[in-house]
Design a protein around this ligand. Structure first.
Ligand code: SDX
Length: 429
């Protein structure tokens, strides 16, 4: 394909065109500033490709999502979260032996160091679990210095991945137990990934939590659906921090912080709070829809809209079905689900939302499943983080293995004062 031509100050600059596997096109501006002194301007990077990646493909117009080429619908139906994690990070589906080894590495890495357990005592029980998670994840650098070399080997990276993927469950469960004043329970060697998490969340020293297969399947699906989403805000944070050669634990900790924001992974917590407010107000969804359309305020319908999807988020479709199925199986009638369905029906016909292509996103129904399982709303972003962890690791690894990757350092357009002199304090007004 011939180069793009850009005419600046009467001079023509030729810029190469990049074409992706699925036909996406980009103008390569790598040399633009050096040759023309111009930069491009794109706040929020909505039109800017930060990297080349082989991990996830999204077609926002068609509502397509594939991990390493496999449609998300097939993985949600047939895979497990541990298998999908291996697949995303290593680029291939594991053999039976590889999967067994991978699961074993999680069993070996599940327990926290006794000094890390003591760190929980320093937090008030009211501490948001995302604050605890981000701090504990970064602190893993202190407990596993042998893995955090400047140039980690492939084994070091696999070691950090196993520590993170396994311990993130234990840390999350302990932050919940601390918030409800319950004792910490050790992970069990005989339980698989999700049953072990549920055990650490809900068992008591005297009574084992009864593992319901439907609950495990619902969490399995949610974690798989959250596992990666190309260059979203938190993954971009992990890549940017990792580009300075910060270790994987520190980079993932930055990802946890970015995910916490209500415009991103914190939205699942906000959705349930919004639905509860609608319920308390007598279920009048129309009032909240009108409020979200009124731009004088900055109220938004949480769980709707997406920077990339301008069609129904394929994950939301699956999660909606799973929410209905799980609540029915558990014999739960949650009025918030009725409100959510009604809200969606009205929004999808409302001209304001239709013209802006605002559909339910991954966060709209997920919280209703977590709520049915008995997980408190402030833990919802934590479950998003557990699901997203393999994606963060995969992108950090891809970036560090990419010989063309560079320190991330965007430019700016300066709009401040022109040069001026320092004024001694006696002369200031
Ligand atoms: C996730 O990037 C990813 O992949 C993220 C994610 C992942 O898996 O990593 O998919 C997970 O973060 C999903 C998004 C969760 N966030 C929310 O549900 C919060 C509510 N949604 C929004 O605030 C918003 O839709 C964003 C932040 C998600 C996207 O916003 P954009 O792309 O910056 O779009 P915008 O804010 O410029 O909105 C365009 C228009 C505006 O109106 P106009 O100025 O054109 O008149 O749409 C309006 C907005 O006011 N709008 C909404 C709205 N979302 C956008 N109006 C009401 N309610 C909303 N939810």
């Amino acid at each position: 394909m011939e180069n793009a031509k850009l005419i600046l100050d009467g001079k023509t600059f030729e810029l190469p065109i990049l074409i992706g596997t699925e036909g996406e096109k980009a103008i390569d501006i790598l040399k633009l500033r050096a040759e023309s002194s111009y930069i491009t301007f794109d706040p929020g990077f909505g039109n800017t490709g930060a990297c080349k990646s082989a991990i996830t493909f999204i077609d926002g117009e068609k509502g397509i999502l594939r991990y390493r080429g496999i449609p998300i619908e097939q993985l949600a139906e047939k895979s497990t979260f541990v298998e999908t994690s291996y697949f995303l990070i290593n680029g291939k589906l594991p053999t039976k032996t590889e999967l067994k080894q991978y699961s074993l590495s999680f069993t070996r890495s599940a327990k926290l160091h006794k000094d890390m357990k003591k760190m929980f005592a320093g937090y008030p029980s009211s501490a948001h679990p995302m604050a605890v998670l981000s701090a504990m994840v970064c602190s893993l650098s202190g407990f596993h210095p042998e893995l955090t070399k400047l140039n980690p080997s492939a084994d070091d990276i696999q070691g950090m991945a196993a520590q993170l993927l396994s311990k993130v469950r234990t840390i999350s469960a302990y932050s919940y137990r601390k918030s409800v004043g319950k004792p910490f329970l050790e992970p069990r060697d005989d339980l698989a990934y999700i049953p072990n998490f549920l055990h650490m969340l809900f068992s008591t020293p005297r009574k084992e939590y009864k593992i319901h297969e439907d609950v495990v399947k619902a969490l399995q699906t949610l974690f798989i659906l959250h596992a990666d989403h190309e260059q979203n805000c938190s993954t971009s944070a992990v890549r940017l921090v990792g580009s300075s050669k910060a270790n994987l634990f520190a980079s993932v900790s930055a990802g946890v912080c970015a995910l916490w924001g209500p415009l991103h992974g914190g939205a699942n917590e906000e959705v349930v709070e919004m639905l509860e407010e609608i319920y308390r107000s007598g279920g009048k969804v129309e009032k909240f829809i009108e409020k979200a359309k009124d731009h004088t305020g900055n109220y938004r319908l949480m769980g709707f809209g997406h920077r990339v999807y301008k069609n129904y988020d394929p994950r939301a479709k699956i999660i909606k079905e799973r929410a209905h199925a799980l609540l029915k199986k558990m014999g739960i009638h949650d009025p918030l689900l009725d409100i959510a369905v009604r809200l969606e029906e009205i929004v999808l016909k409302d001209e304001y939302f239709v013209t802006r292509k605002l559909y339910p996103n991954v966060d709209f129904y997920s919280g209703l499943i977590y709520k049915a399982i008995g997980i408190p709303t402030n833990m919802f972003p934590v479950l998003f983080a557990i699901g997203r962890l393999p994606g963060w690791i995969a992108h950090w690894k891809e970036m560090r293995e990419d010989k063309d990757s560079r320190l991330g350092r965007p430019r700016q357009i300066y709009t401040g004062d022109k040069i001026r002199d320092y004024v001694p304090i006696e002369q200031r007004k």
